[in-house]
Write a protein that binds this ligand. Structure first.
Ligand code: PNS
Length: 161
Protein backbone atom coordinates (compact mmCIF):
# COMPACT_ATOMS: atom_id res chain seq x y z
CA UNK A 1 0.00 0.00 0.00
CA UNK A 2 1.68 3.24 -1.12
CA UNK A 3 0.56 6.05 1.15
CA UNK A 4 1.71 9.50 0.13
CA UNK A 5 1.35 13.03 1.39
CA UNK A 6 1.02 16.13 -0.73
CA UNK A 7 2.04 18.81 1.77
CA UNK A 8 1.73 22.55 1.42
CA UNK A 9 0.38 25.80 2.74
CA UNK A 10 -2.53 25.93 0.26
CA UNK A 11 -3.26 29.55 1.14
CA UNK A 12 -5.24 29.50 -1.10
CA UNK A 13 -5.49 26.33 -3.18
CA UNK A 14 -4.65 27.09 -6.82
CA UNK A 15 -5.52 25.28 -10.03
CA UNK A 16 -1.89 24.10 -9.99
CA UNK A 17 -2.40 22.44 -6.59
CA UNK A 18 -5.62 20.87 -7.78
CA UNK A 19 -3.90 19.48 -10.88
CA UNK A 20 -1.23 17.92 -8.63
CA UNK A 21 -3.84 16.35 -6.35
CA UNK A 22 -5.73 14.80 -9.27
CA UNK A 23 -2.60 13.49 -11.00
CA UNK A 24 -0.80 12.17 -7.94
CA UNK A 25 -3.92 10.46 -6.59
CA UNK A 26 -3.81 8.27 -9.69
CA UNK A 27 -0.23 7.19 -9.00
CA UNK A 28 -0.37 6.26 -5.31
CA UNK A 29 -2.79 4.04 -3.41
CA UNK A 30 -3.65 6.62 -0.76
CA UNK A 31 -3.05 10.36 -0.82
CA UNK A 32 -3.24 12.66 2.18
CA UNK A 33 -3.32 16.36 1.38
CA UNK A 34 -1.40 17.78 4.34
CA UNK A 35 -2.09 21.41 5.20
CA UNK A 36 0.73 23.12 7.10
CA UNK A 37 -0.54 24.92 10.16
CA UNK A 38 2.18 27.52 10.29
CA UNK A 39 1.29 29.83 13.15
CA UNK A 40 4.34 32.03 12.44
CA UNK A 41 2.81 33.14 9.16
CA UNK A 42 -0.31 35.28 9.01
CA UNK A 43 -2.41 33.21 6.64
CA UNK A 44 -5.29 34.49 4.54
CA UNK A 45 -7.35 31.38 5.39
CA UNK A 46 -7.23 29.63 8.75
CA UNK A 47 -6.05 26.06 8.71
CA UNK A 48 -9.63 24.92 9.40
CA UNK A 49 -10.88 26.87 6.37
CA UNK A 50 -8.16 25.43 4.13
CA UNK A 51 -8.85 21.88 5.30
CA UNK A 52 -12.58 22.29 4.77
CA UNK A 53 -12.14 23.74 1.25
CA UNK A 54 -9.88 20.83 0.31
CA UNK A 55 -12.27 18.30 1.87
CA UNK A 56 -15.13 19.69 -0.18
CA UNK A 57 -13.04 19.57 -3.37
CA UNK A 58 -11.83 16.00 -2.83
CA UNK A 59 -15.03 14.50 -1.43
CA UNK A 60 -15.59 12.29 -4.48
CA UNK A 61 -12.03 10.98 -4.57
CA UNK A 62 -12.08 7.74 -2.56
CA UNK A 63 -8.32 7.49 -2.00
CA UNK A 64 -7.80 11.12 -0.97
CA UNK A 65 -8.09 12.51 2.57
CA UNK A 66 -7.14 15.87 4.04
CA UNK A 67 -5.26 16.53 7.26
CA UNK A 68 -3.31 19.30 8.92
CA UNK A 69 -0.03 19.34 10.74
CA UNK A 70 2.37 21.56 12.55
CA UNK A 71 5.97 20.75 13.34
CA UNK A 72 8.03 18.54 11.11
CA UNK A 73 6.55 16.89 8.05
CA UNK A 74 8.47 13.66 8.69
CA UNK A 75 6.95 13.43 12.20
CA UNK A 76 3.43 13.84 10.81
CA UNK A 77 4.18 11.19 8.17
CA UNK A 78 5.29 8.77 10.87
CA UNK A 79 1.98 9.38 12.69
CA UNK A 80 -0.15 8.69 9.62
CA UNK A 81 2.03 5.91 8.16
CA UNK A 82 2.96 7.70 4.93
CA UNK A 83 6.38 7.24 3.32
CA UNK A 84 6.10 9.21 0.08
CA UNK A 85 6.09 12.98 -0.32
CA UNK A 86 4.61 14.41 -3.51
CA UNK A 87 5.79 17.82 -4.64
CA UNK A 88 5.33 19.78 -7.84
CA UNK A 89 8.14 21.36 -9.82
CA UNK A 90 7.10 24.39 -11.83
CA UNK A 91 10.35 25.79 -13.10
CA UNK A 92 14.04 25.40 -12.52
CA UNK A 93 13.78 28.00 -9.75
CA UNK A 94 11.81 25.50 -7.61
CA UNK A 95 14.49 22.88 -7.95
CA UNK A 96 17.10 24.06 -5.47
CA UNK A 97 14.68 24.50 -2.57
CA UNK A 98 12.83 21.29 -3.35
CA UNK A 99 16.07 19.31 -3.59
CA UNK A 100 17.12 20.64 -0.19
CA UNK A 101 13.89 19.71 1.56
CA UNK A 102 13.64 16.32 -0.16
CA UNK A 103 17.17 15.42 0.89
CA UNK A 104 16.74 16.77 4.44
CA UNK A 105 13.56 14.78 4.89
CA UNK A 106 15.22 11.62 3.57
CA UNK A 107 18.15 12.08 5.96
CA UNK A 108 15.73 12.70 8.84
CA UNK A 109 13.88 9.50 7.98
CA UNK A 110 15.43 7.19 5.34
CA UNK A 111 12.05 5.50 4.82
CA UNK A 112 10.76 8.77 3.38
CA UNK A 113 11.21 9.52 -0.33
CA UNK A 114 9.98 12.44 -2.40
CA UNK A 115 8.52 12.13 -5.87
CA UNK A 116 8.25 15.17 -8.09
CA UNK A 117 5.66 15.80 -10.73
CA UNK A 118 6.37 18.54 -13.21
CA UNK A 119 3.53 21.00 -13.14
CA UNK A 120 1.23 21.09 -16.13
CA UNK A 121 2.42 23.72 -18.57
CA UNK A 122 -0.63 25.94 -18.17
CA UNK A 123 -0.01 26.29 -14.41
CA UNK A 124 3.77 26.60 -14.41
CA UNK A 125 3.64 30.32 -13.57
CA UNK A 126 1.09 29.98 -10.78
CA UNK A 127 1.56 30.47 -7.03
CA UNK A 128 -0.64 31.21 -4.02
CA UNK A 129 1.40 34.38 -3.43
CA UNK A 130 0.48 35.65 -6.88
CA UNK A 131 -3.18 34.81 -6.37
CA UNK A 132 -3.21 36.79 -3.10
CA UNK A 133 -1.51 39.74 -4.79
CA UNK A 134 -4.01 39.84 -7.68
CA UNK A 135 -7.01 39.33 -5.39
CA UNK A 136 -5.92 42.05 -2.97
CA UNK A 137 -6.17 44.59 -5.80
CA UNK A 138 -9.43 43.19 -7.13
CA UNK A 139 -7.70 41.59 -10.14
CA UNK A 140 -9.24 38.70 -12.03
CA UNK A 141 -8.27 35.40 -10.36
CA UNK A 142 -10.70 33.10 -12.16
CA UNK A 143 -7.90 31.58 -14.28
CA UNK A 144 -5.82 30.89 -11.19
CA UNK A 145 -8.05 29.14 -8.67
CA UNK A 146 -10.89 26.59 -8.76
CA UNK A 147 -14.18 28.36 -9.50
CA UNK A 148 -15.77 27.66 -6.11
CA UNK A 149 -12.95 29.50 -4.30
CA UNK A 150 -13.05 32.78 -6.24
CA UNK A 151 -15.68 34.54 -4.10
CA UNK A 152 -14.27 33.17 -0.84
CA UNK A 153 -10.90 34.75 -1.70
CA UNK A 154 -12.35 38.14 -2.67
CA UNK A 155 -14.38 38.13 0.58
CA UNK A 156 -11.13 37.99 2.55
CA UNK A 157 -10.16 41.31 0.97
CA UNK A 158 -13.69 42.75 1.33
CA UNK A 159 -13.95 42.92 -2.44
CA UNK A 160 -17.42 42.56 -3.94
CA UNK A 161 -17.55 41.28 -7.52
O1 PNS B 1 3.37 25.01 -0.20
P1 PNS B 1 4.64 25.29 0.52
O2 PNS B 1 4.43 26.40 1.51
O3 PNS B 1 5.79 25.52 -0.41
O4 PNS B 1 4.98 23.96 1.38
C1 PNS B 1 6.16 23.87 2.15
C2 PNS B 1 6.11 22.64 3.09
C3 PNS B 1 4.83 22.63 3.88
C4 PNS B 1 6.22 21.39 2.27
C5 PNS B 1 7.36 22.73 4.03
O5 PNS B 1 7.48 24.03 4.52
C6 PNS B 1 7.25 21.77 5.22
O6 PNS B 1 7.27 20.59 5.06
N1 PNS B 1 7.12 22.35 6.43
C7 PNS B 1 6.97 21.62 7.67
C8 PNS B 1 8.20 21.76 8.56
C9 PNS B 1 9.29 20.82 8.11
O7 PNS B 1 9.15 19.61 8.05
N2 PNS B 1 10.47 21.40 7.73
C10 PNS B 1 11.57 20.63 7.24
C11 PNS B 1 11.57 20.54 5.71
S1 PNS B 1 11.50 22.18 4.98
Amino acid sequence: MKKAIYPGSFDPVTKGHWDMIVRSSKIVDELVVGVLNNSAKNPLFSVEERVSMLEEMTKDMPNVTVGSFDGLLVDYMEQIGATIIVRGLRAVTDYEYELQIAQSNHIANPKVDTIFLTSSLEYSYLSSTMVREFASYGGNISEFVPEQLVDKIYEKYNIKK
